[in-house]
Design a protein around this ligand. Sequence first.
Ligand SMILES: Cc1ncc(COP(=O)(O)O)c(C=O)c1O
Length: 387
Amino acid sequence: MPPALRGKSSIYKAMSQLASAHGAVDLAQGFSLLSVPGTSAILDHAALALREGSQNYTNPNGTASLRQALVDNSKRRFGVDLDPEEQVTVCAGAQDALGAAMLGLLEAGDEVVFIEPFYNPVIPMAKLTGATLRFVSLLQDDGSYRLDEESLLAEMSEKTKLIVYNSPNSPSGHVFTRTELESIARACKQYDAYLIADEVYEHLVYDDNKHVSALEIPELSERAVVISSISKSYLLTGWRVGWAQGARPLIAGIAKVHSLMSFCLPAFVSEGARFALEETPDSFLGDLRTIHQGKRDRICDGLSDIGIQVIRPRGTFFASIDIGDLGQGDDLAFCLSMPEKIGVAGVPMSLSWNQRRAGRNLVRLCFSRSDEDLDRAVSAFATWKRS
Ligand SMILES: Cc1ncc(COP(=O)(O)O)c(C=O)c1O
């Protein structure tokens, strides 16, 4: 096995396994245990499509109707005109699209800059290509994060092929601002680099924060690809429907790798995803946001009431707690002991920085869970703190 693939399996899975071994509340894995009104109509439609639709291979780039729904959606939301033949390709979830982007766009001699904290699975895929990985951290003060343009430029050179980031950001909860995207656009232009923007949490943004898509930045129109999926927006992580949209040469590379690996998506899930994008009422995404904002406040208020320092996220469905204040020095060791010691599972955040150079005081908790689970987690922390 190449060195990039050696090592332990997914941290998310490992933490969930520990949760179930100890009967702990699983706030580790980034999937939802909720459903939004309107979900059953999507399921019914997909079930009908399974019975009545094609059972054969579909177009590897995605069915024509799903690609059309995706470009219509981008036109409606961001005012951009994308060509459904050459500027969109469908993948088996955002993860497939991200892996395909690394394999399809990078080669030895290239450099790629990851904005930290990053989404962990992209790193080994980038390493497999032989490219050189560079990292720039979001600066953190007082529970909020920001991107510093000078620090980004310091990691770039003529060799930089790609910048990669995810916003709304997992695990930090930061929502990149238009100003930050404009900094990234300037950096791409200066070094003639491309951009991969992972926007899977695009609809999970709270208070007066607003998701800004890389598709909205005119200077990025020839340089950026946006990757997203129905996983978090429609709480359908198991369907494996994702996509990449944007600059033609990048889409071609992603589509090529996807077609060599998973080849295509089933017709019925493609039709279910099209229905979700085109035929669910606007209230669906509004409800998704309202429900999650309520969950965010429930767990953040609950934890801060018992004296735990929490970073209240601007987006995503993850909050983070500062364990430094609790006398715990290392997030990984703490997370390994949490299910047994406290009865709650979370994810160590330092693994989202290169060589764990930051985040050792932070633990990520997923709040896309029932109120009962969230309350149980808060009382478990309270009992542990008192003991
Ligand atoms: C930031 C980020 N990007 C991508 C993914 C992968 O999403 P998908 O389920 O669409 O493959 C996840 C899943 O947790 C994620 O958190």
